[in-house]
Design a protein around this ligand. Structure first.
Ligand code: 5RP
Length: 239
């Protein structure tokens, strides 16, 4: 069972949550791309939904798949967002932003009545932080913001190095919002809420990749006996 097979299995399980007429936030990354693929197939069979993208890349992929898209300006309240994740812990706290889309992802998720993440089961962790925490910062005053972020991390009790994310061309990566990303290699984040608050206090920090109290459920696909088994954390459907 390959990683793409597991992503598709999680995406197919998430498709069960999609109902006709829904306003749907659509995430970014390779697992979200698998979801766009299966959602596009269903739309071409007649399912009527409208999507709101979390990135320019998602807008392009979803439009190509035949999914009707709108902006968050046009649809500021969404029914459900389906997105990928870099890590999820047992309390449905996430690290996101490996694909540099964390700002739009968080805005779209928070505009949704429910957020469900899909992933292969390797993304399930006991403690967040093995995946480098993306921190989106304003390009202006980057060196000063970086020092502020370093101090905030030290005050939170974490330790680790920051690196400026580069694009494929070797130049500093620019996000869809025109910002930079600092990746914090922390190893473990024992108190994500404390770190989140401290990062918020640094001028120049636009957003960080800790999604706390936002995600309602995680649909995880695990390889077992040559098949994909779905494990669900939380409650994917509204009660
Ligand atoms: C993009 C994200 C992605 O959802 C996250 O990086 C997971 O990506 P993938 O499904 O490719 O592993 O947060 O900003």
């Amino acid at each position: 069972m390959s990683a793409p097979d597991l992503k598709r299995a999680a995406a197919l399980a998430a498709l069960d949550l999609v109902e006709p007429g829904m306003r749907l936030g659509i995430g970014t990354g390779s697992t979200a791309a698998a979801f766009i693929e299966v959602l596009g197939e269903r739309v071409r069979e007649g399912l009527d939904i409208v999507g709101v993208p979390t990135s320019e890349a998602t807008y392009t992929a979803a439009t190509r798949a035949g999914i009707r898209m709108a902006t968050l300006e046009e649809l500021p309240e969404l029914d459900l967002t389906i997105d990928g994740t870099d890590e999820v812990d047992g309390r449905l706290r996430l690290i996101k932003g490996g694909g540099a889309a964390l700002l739009r992802e968080k805005i779209v998720a928070c505009a949704s009545r429910r957020m469900v993440v899909i992933a292969d089961a390797s993304k399930r962790v006991d403690t967040l932080g093995a995946f480098p925490l993306p921190i989106e910062v304003n390009a202006f005053g980057l060196a000063a913001t970086r020092r502020g972020v370093e101090r905030a991390i030290a005050r939170s009790g974490c330790a680790g190095a920051l690196s400026l994310r580069l694009g494929a061309d070797g130049a500093p990566l620019t996000t869809d919002g025109g910002h930079r990303i600092l990746d914090a290699r922390l190893g473990a984040i024992p108190d994500p809420e404390a770190l989140s608050g401290l990062l918020w206090s640094v001028p120049g920090v636009v957003e960080h990749g800790l999604f706390l109290g936002i995600c309602d459920a995680a649909i995880l696909a695990e390889a077992r006996d040559g098949r994909a088994e779905i494990v669900t954390l939380g409650t994917p459907r509204a009660a």
